[in-house]
Design a binder for this molecule. Sequence first.
Ligand code: NDP
Length: 498
Amino acid sequence: MTAVHVPGAPLVEADQLVSTSPATGAEAGRLPVATDADVRQAVERARAAGEWWAGLGFAGRRARLLRWRALLAKRIEQLAELVHVEGGKPVADAIVEIVTAIEHIDWAARNAARVLGPRRVRSRLILAEFSGHLEYQPYGVVGVIGPWNYPVFTPIGSAAYALAAGNAVVLKPSEYTPATGQWLVDSFAEVVPEQPVFTAVHGLGDVGAALCRSGVAKVAFTGSTATARKVMAACAETLTPVLIEGGGKDAMIVDSDANLDAAAEACVWGGMTNAGQTCIGIERVYVVDPVFDAFVDKVVTRAGRLTVGPEGTDIGPITMPTQLDVIRRHIDAAIASGGRAVLGGPDAVQPPYVHPTVLVDVPEDSAAVREETFGPTLTINRVRDADEAVSRANALPYGLGGSVFGRRRAVAIARRMRSGMASINSSLTFAGMSTLPFGGVGDSGFGRIHGEDGLREFGRAKAVTRRRGRSLLPSMTFDRTPTDVARLVRVIKTMYGR
Ligand code: NDP
């Protein structure tokens, strides 16, 4: 019996990874599957290319990265169409994703020299005769492993910053979106034709595992928490440092003084854009009692208007066919444990689509509240006050982003959320602000992409001291005398002994 190929599921045929549209099954691309030897060779070639790239200096890299950014901007419609065909997301969502990626390339290119470049660091009295110098030097080759849900934004969130910092990058795109990954590296090669500075290797998870063991100097992983543990274990063998951008189960908190129309709009967008397949997507909502009913009504009205289908709709297909089972299981679990579907429900799952679903009064121990659903579903629960909302929001091992709607207490609530990021009176917006770091806590990972922290993530701090005069308090030498040591003791007591 021949197995039937499910549209969208990756298929390996004669050593080729065949990528297909989850909506129509149409072929989106065909890429050679890399062997372990291919991966090692790609990293070796990148190592030499990286030396050349680092040698260009910040100005040379900036000019080339800005040319790449311009190429992406010029071809935005072409890339958006590929992302749409390969992953299923609506073209408008793909455009927004690419715009965000372009913004990150621009910022990283323009700010790398300022953030990472050599600078003097002030000395202190004890070593006043030395000057301090600090710079962030590239690692060499960075392995970037990316997911399928934002196949442009997530690899570029790491790669643009790693490249701006002077590293070469070998990308392993998700097996669901290899053609998009290849498009990115091909476009880069058009503006940097001299050396293979940014390349891709394709295949299933084992190719990602091979990349972790290939001698790269750092791995930037974006994907599920379960795979993150495997990546860390593989990298531990060689003490290869890792950056983990893991999964999430982000909460929105709606306080009593919130603008409910704006909150409902941001909730539906944050929960259902890209069919809910967003790491920082809103999956759980906690609403204070006095505004609960009005808020739920507004969310249901808005979510009920969303259109679902292959072309020109608000919600496209679920990219990974296996995810449909997870979404169905979560909806069933919510209802079995006493929750109610006020929109959608079990019948909302119509492969490859899931229609908007809003679940209320779902017990906090339900899988629908605790596990990443990755579908256009929301749980909305009633809470007494903002304190209860915060403690429920913070009760999970995940801690990626979050959203708060309110006025008087909004900033305080956002600060108390156990997450790496939060948006006040909007949702997901922190992802597009290139000046802010992006990353999570707990099971959502560690390390940061974007912003100054995102640049430093891809540079090793190099500290240099330089003598500029004779030592007044000689201590780090065998030439010191007992008088020198006694003077040092007197000085330290005067300075710090109070
Ligand atoms: P996965 O963890 O399944 O895969 C991520 C990447 O890792 C893919 O390229 C995958 O390859 C690769 N991979 C699989 N197995 C291994 C392995 N043993 N060693 C090394 N690499 C491996 O995640 P998804 O692609 O399903 O992406 C969805 C997840 O990503 C969600 O949990 C989401 O929350 C998270 N995410 C996090 C973001 C963040 O910034 N924090 C942003 C976007 C998504 P292959 O596809 O071939 O299996």
